[in-house]
Design a protein around this ligand. Sequence first.
Ligand code: B1M
Length: 208
Amino acid sequence: MDLQEISVQLQAGKAKIVKTLVQQALDEGIPAKQILEEGLLSGMSIVGDQFRSGEIFVPEVLVAARAMNMGAALLKPHLAGEVQVKGKVCIGTVRGDLHDIGKNLVKMLMEGKGLEVIDLGTDVAPETFIKTAIEQDCSIIGCSALLTTTMGVMEEIVKAAEAAGIRDKVKIMIGGAPVTEAFCRQIGADAYTPDAASAADQAVAYCS
Ligand code: B1M
């Protein structure tokens, strides 16, 4: 099967067709990672370019995002690897930010590596990250931000962890399109990773 077709249908926001094609690709024995990268992520990347250039608008992006999430949900059990729980992570998209596709992928791949992940959702206040990390005894706080206007909240989370006295007990991992390694160093977070797979690897390394 041509994975390009998944990308095309995702761009058109055809969630049901995307779901059917993803299932078909799985049935044909195509690895889930390949379906994710060459079908879903490739389609979402084109959607991102079209949104940037003003060719499409928020409603079109939303339906594409829905198709992406439906397809990714089908892949989830196939991306899972080891089942043994190695550590606990609380993850969320920071306050003021509603983008959750990347965060959901990071969560999915972390779970696939055997980590327990508490998903705080989107628009998460710094105090919610900290409260959850304390109450649930998380060894990692994962923060996602897609907007240049919200990435600054990550610094608030680092400072809130210091103020709560848990900074030495918890690793703070950050990511999202505008985030960089230099920004990570600047705000005193522990790790920046550019994609979901490297985030999952880093989280496992912290828990080992
Ligand atoms: Co938004 N949006 N959006 N949007 N949107 C961007 C981010 C934008 C770059 C598009 C653009 O104009 N060029 C732009 C930001 C500009 C900026 O800040 N510099 C933008 C804007 C402006 C906005 C609004 C302000 C638009 C408006 O209303 N006028 C608005 C803001 C709403 C808000 O959050 N308060 C808005 C709204 C939306 C939608 C709701 C329509 C929708 C989100 C739907 C949803 O998430 N459920 C949406 C989308 C889909 C996008 C684009 C097109 C795609 C984002 C995406 O899902 N990418 C995006 C353009 C782009 O990024 N090219 C854009 C696919 C996803 C798999 O990638 O999230 O980067 P990503 O995640 C990657 C890595 O970054 C990394 O791993 C993931 C997978 O490998 N990663 C981590 C992510 N989190 C990580 C955490 C980690 C480690 C790695 O550790 C914990």
